[in-house]
Design a protein around this ligand. Structure first.
Ligand SMILES: [Zn+2]
Length: 333
């Protein structure tokens, strides 16, 4: 009997949206979480203060790698980093253990392009649990695999450092996520190896993973739900004031001042990027002032154009934000 093919509007065969559970990933996540809980014992009773300090320092550096590196630099090009800064950010991002920059960016761009649909790998409309945890234990659906191929990654493919990290990710992971961090406390201040392993690997890794997953699921915490009094897609007040993470970040993802967790211009990572700029390691910090956002809204209404395009056009025209605005940021909020 001839099999009936389901086709979409363009006449192409419709691909399945179902995703398989990767049970190895599920077991690994259970292992990570349980070990992090055991690490609390070492944190409270059996470790040197220097080990705890070392653990939180690495956690912070790894988070800089994810937020300032993978997210704001490589995924959204919200500023330009020189060679030294890119090596530093790549090193920090490797320590986070969240996958190579290339893979992280490809999935994040897919998430932005198809936000809230079946093609979005972290689809927050399916709830916090799905967006935050379950999605990282699932393989991509055939439809998502196809959509992933259409994501433009040419900028990263030209970046030799990013491609080096992608190619050598597993050995780099073993060295910079496991061996060196665990060895340092035992080697330099005589920490017991078990305390070092539970704190500097399991607990730190868990915190970094949770922070990285929140980049995709935070919308469920800080976002108004569709159908509430001010649904996200129509609430222009949030865009003008740049206070709502979802509404603003998804319209102007290239704005370096947008925090991963709901603030605008006041979060630690934005301040870290300003320090990089002051040290001349980062240049071309891309942002708009509130006045330009209002101009973009007017432009979009008058010309009946997409607001995202209008905002982008205004940043290209330099929108009254001087290059050195990061030294007096509050003037341009
Ligand atoms: Zn983003």
């Amino acid at each position: 009997m001839e099999q009936h093919k389901v086709e979409n509007a363009e006449g192409k065969p419709k691909l399945s949206n179902s995703r398989e559970t990767n049970w190895l990933k599920v077991l690994f996540q259970i292992q990570v979480t349980l070990s992090a809980l055991c690490a609390v014992h070492f944190l409270l009773y059996e470790s040197y203060w220097s080990t705890i300090f070392f653990m939180f320092t690495l956690t912070f550096l790894a988070h800089i790698g994810v937020a300032a590196g993978a997210h704001r630099l490589w995924a959204h090009r919200s500023y330009t980093a020189n060679g030294i800064l890119r090596v530093f950010l790549l090193f920090c991002q490797t320590m986070s253990g969240t996958g190579s920059v290339y893979d992280w960016v490809q999935w994040h761009r897919l998430h932005h392009k198809h936000f809230g649909t079946d093609l979005d790998p972290y689809n927050p409309t399916r709830g916090f649990f799905y967006s935050h945890i379950q999605s990282v234990t699932l393989s991509l659906s055939p439809a998502q695999e196809e959509a992933l191929k259409e994501i433009d990654m040419s900028d990263l493919e030209k970046d030799k450092m990013v491609m080096f990290q992608k190619r050598w990710y597993i050995p780099l992971y073993i060295i910079f996520v496991l061996l060196l961090p665990i060895n340092a406390p035992a080697e330099y201040w005589g920490e017991q190896l078990s305390a070092s392993m539970f704190l500097v690997f399991w607990l730190r890794y868990t915190i970094n993973l949770q922070l990285a997953w929140l980049v995709h699921s935070a919308t469920k915490i800080w976002q108004l739900k569709p159908g509430e009094k001010y649904p996200a897609d129509t609430n222009l007040v949030f865009i003008i004031t740049k206070t709502n993470w979802l509404a603003y970040h998804y319209m102007a993802p290239w704005d370096y001042q947008t925090s991963e967790y709901g603030q605008y211009g006041t979060d630690v990572i934005t301040k870290v990027i300003r320090v990089f700029a002051a040290l001349e390691l980062a240049t071309d910090l891309r942002t708009v002032d509130s006045n330009s956002v209002r101009q973009a809204l007017t432009m979009s209404l008058k010309q009946k154009r997409n607001i995202t395009d209008c905002l982008w056009e205004l940043t290209q025209d330099n929108n009254n934000v001087p290059k050195e605005h990061f030294l007096t940021p509050s003037k341009y909020m």
